[in-house]
Design a binder for this molecule. Structure first.
Ligand code: ADE
Length: 178
């Protein structure tokens, strides 16, 4: 049987020992370049929210821009970029988030979301959840209601989904790699 998960898994390239020994990098560029797989992924990300009012889709730099832009278009929602520090030109809110080694900071325009607006967060992959937890905190800081966080890929062994669920953010993913 061809489930959406098995079709998407087959369209994603796995690269051993990248960017360092012991990591299997899940490369979505092959999925993005496959017209059928890209459409299926976006359709499946959108499906739970079809017919509901989502004011904004927030996408994390950089791969979250590609998927989040397509999801926003299909939901007729606005799009909010969450960027690495120093890229946004207007008043920003900023938060530090944990990476595998050390911390970094991400930013969003302060006026990107109005208080009470319903937002879904989109990225390609959830691993440890550091970026998605930071993005949730940023969005909540400016009064957004984070309706869900959506990812093509879940790496369940790294625990990111559980961290988001502990913050009462429902998590929606399409394919798991262990
Ligand atoms: N980000 C964190 N872990 C990853 C992995 N295994 N593949 C792609 N992106 C990642």
């Amino acid at each position: 049987m061809h489930t959406i998960a098995s079709e998407l898994a087959a369209s994603i390239r796995s690269i051993p020992d990248y960017p360092k020994p012991g990591i299997v990098f899940r490369d979505i560029t092959t999925m993005l370049g496959n017209a059928k797989a890209f459409r299926r992924a976006v359709d499946a990300l959108v499906q739970p929210y079809a017919g509901t009012k989502i004011d904004k889709v927030a996408g994390m730099e950089a791969r979250g821009f590609i998927l989040g832009g397509a999801v926003a278009h299909q939901l007729s929602s606005g799009f909010v970029p969450i960027r690495k520090k120093g890229k946004l030109p207007h008043d920003i809110v900023r938060i530090a988030y944990s990476l595998e080694y050390g911390v970094d900071e991400m930013e969003m325009h302060r006026d990107a979301v109005n208080p009470g607006e319903k937002v879904i967060l989109v990225d390609d992959l959830i691993a440890t959840g550091g970026t998605a937890v930071g993005a949730t905190q940023l969005l909540r800081q400016i009064g957004a209601e984070v309706v869900a966080a959506c990812f093509v890929i879940d790496l369940p062994d790294l625990g990111g989904r559980k961290k988001l669920e502990a913050l009462n953010v429902p998590v929606h993913t399409l394919v798991e790699f262990s």
